[in-house]
Design a protein around this ligand. Structure first.
Ligand code: AMP
Length: 250
């Protein structure tokens, strides 16, 4: 069984985001980019399934600029077997990404597509769901546990206020939540080995997908800055402020 893992090149999670002066988006020049953290979790899960002898090949796919090849290399250094880079400059919206992934899934016939629940740059949380709908495959989103048994996948989902367990039949789509696993770091020998692993170069046109944006960003703004706090001298003063200034207690 093959596992397809889409990996997005996104702003590194530790970078302080700066909004462009004209409000047209966030500053990307000279900013550290990394693999979307939920996608690292997806690669790790695929590796664990392969190491358990339940998968034979892991294919990492990225849709993005030439530098997205580095994101694929990271997945290969973690242990994925080969990559597909679908070159596209500028932002590619979830619908276009899902259409490209659908074409790749139909060509590669994976038993599982494991992907992030959301990309931390656009926070869309759409691609996995769209892909499942377009393929007509079952989906287990926000997974905190994945158990594969033959052609059945049991996915424990993190839902509001608790956990939900669903059983899917492969081929299926799984999207990862934070508690699914702790992704490994690539070792130096594996980073060296990854340099020799193949990455196929493709374009959206190869899959017959039009990636022209359908959405227009009207404005991007920083969240309001937090007001400075105050130090109180006593518990009585704290309670007085909570009651009479913040209205937090009555
Ligand atoms: P989103 O729906 O944009 O929040 O993204 C959800 C997931 O879809 C991500 O965690 C990735 O696994 C996948 N994905 C989205 N955009 C891309 C992309 N350009 N290349 C590869 N995977 C992507």
């Amino acid at each position: 069984m093959k596992i397809l893992v889409p990996v997005k090149r996104a702003i590194d999670k530790d970078v302080k985001i700066r909004v462009k002066a004209d409000g047209s988006g966030v500053e990307l020049g000279n900013v550290k980019m990394s693999m979307n953290p939920f996608d690292e979790i997806a690669v790790e899960e695929a590796l664990r399934i392969k190491e358990a002898g339940k998968a034979t090949e892991i294919i990492a796919v990225s849709i993005g600029p030439q530098q997205a090849a580095e994101t694929i290399r990271t997945a290969l250094a973690m242990g994925a077997d080969r990559g597909i880079l679908v070159k596209a400059d500028g932002a590619v919206e979830p619908l276009a990404v899902a259409k490209i992934l659908k074409a790749i899934a139909l060509a590669e016939q994976p038993g599982l597509v494991i992907m992030g629940k959301q990309a931390i740059d656009d926070d869309c949380n759409q691609t996995g769901q769209m892909l499942a709908a377009m393929l007509g495959w079952p989906q287990g989103t926000f997974a905190s546990k994945v158990v594969l048994d033959g052609d059945a996948v049991t996915v424990t989902r993190e839902v509001d206020g608790g956990l939900q367990t669903v059983k899917l039949t492969t081929p299926a789509i799984v999207t990862t939540d934070l508690r699914l696993n702790e992704p490994r770091y690539a070792s130096l020998p594996n980073i060296m080995k990854a340099k020799k692993k193949p990455i196929d170069d493709k374009t959206a046109a190869d899959y017959g997908v039009d990636i022209a944006p359908r959405l227009e960003t009207i404005k991007t703004a920083e969240p309001p800055s937090r007001k400075a706090g105050v130090k109180v001298k006593s518990v009585a003063e704290l309670i007085d402020k909570l009651k009479n200034e913040a209205g937090a207690i009555s």
